[in-house]
Design a binder for this molecule. Sequence first.
Ligand code: SF4
Length: 84
Amino acid sequence: MSTARLRVDRGRCIGAGMCALTAPDVFDQDAEEGLVVLLRAEPAETRLTAARMAAGMCPSGAITLGGPDSGSSALPAPPADGCQ
Ligand code: SF4
């Protein structure tokens, strides 16, 4: 059973694509602008590690992860080398 809820902010997304590369079952990019598309807001436990990695690697901080009842919370700052 999933215990985390993902949110994405397409207004912050810069289309770098690390999320879709890191967790392709959870994130995709749209064909027009390359912006993030959230495929699974509450990923299964087996996908959570990849989803967390993807969120941490996002260079724009567009992905947040929170508990199912608590709303979202910001993740730690992305690594400086990001995915640009
Ligand atoms: S890694 Fe971040 S900036 Fe890159 S496509 Fe995904 S949400 Fe957008």
